[in-house]
Design a protein around this ligand. Structure first.
Ligand code: UGY
Ligand code: MN
Length: 244
């Protein structure tokens, strides 16, 4: 989806944002060496997201040994190969890395990683989870509210020890979110494939592969997949913690 000169589909509001790839500006990334990337969503945005979503472009020296103190990380390989403590992570592989753990994470030349980071909120009496490594193909995947044309894969265990979830939604053309959702959880989303129309509050926005979306808590949201191929997006949400 190319934009005419001087225009963009990018829209930033206090309740939601669409970040189209035509506006990406690469820069060095905190807690990474030898990598460039784009911070797509962060608390610096108006509306104040409570997490960070960014892209990492790999290179010969692209490496990280951990996030900032107290911050958990989910790394998803969009393209190419990463290595975690020497073990390969191929495309559609992922790793959830607990806060305050150090490791040797590398992104090979040509790799593209999507990363979500959130300050971990411990739950009294509950042990923080250990590292999770997996692949999209092996993740539990079920029809969303009974619709086999809208399949929802959950990458992390549904367990109160986790205070974030990351899921992958795959829609056949014409499939939709069944109703306009409005909820306390916020979302960070990256379009992995296909296209469709996202309703965000009172904006109906055409979206396609490579787009990122932020939805604040209580942003009314709805999606319809359009075109001739399935649409898929990966998204973050905060869960399992008292909003007070
Ligand atoms: O998990 C969710 O809230 C999901 N159904 N939202 C979304 O896809 N916008
Ligand atoms: Mn939702």
């Amino acid at each position: 989806m190319s934009s005419p000169f001087g225009s963009t589909r990018t829209l930033i509001k206090s309740t939601h944002a669409l970040i189209a790839p035509d506006g990406h500006v690469f820069s060095p990334l905190a807690n990474w060496q030898g990598a460039e990337g784009v911070v797509l969503i962060s608390p610096a945005m108006q509306g104040g997201p409570r997490f960070v979503q960014y892209l990492v472009h790999g290179g010969r020296e692209a490496r990280s040994t951990g996030a900032s103190a107290g911050v958990q990380r989910l790394v998803y390989v969009l393209e190419g190969k990463a290595r975690l403590d020497g073990q390969p992570l191929a495309a559609d592989g992922f790793a959830w890395l607990p806060a305050d753990e150090s490791y040797d994470l590398r992104a090979d030349e040509g790799a593209r990683l999507l990363v979500f980071e959130k300050r971990y909120e411990p739950l009294a009496g509950v042990t923080a989870p250990a590292r999770v490594v997996g692949t999209l193909a092996d993740a539990p995947c079920d029809p969303f509210l009974g619709d086999a044309d809208a399949m929802l894969a959950t990458l992390l265990p549904v367990d109160p020890a986790f205070d974030m979830a990351v899921n992958v939604f795959t829609y056949q053309p014409g499939a939709t979110l069944p109703f306009v959702e409005t909820h306390v959880m916020e979302h960070g989303l990256y379009m992995k494939a296909g296209q469709g129309v996202y309703r965000l509050a009172d904006d109906w926005m055409p979206v396609a592969e490579g787009d990122s979306i932020w939805m604040a808590s209580y942003c009314p949201q709805w999606f319809v997949a359009m075109g001739k191929t399935p649409a898929a997006y990966i998204y973050y949400k905060d869960i399992h913690r008292d909003p007070l």
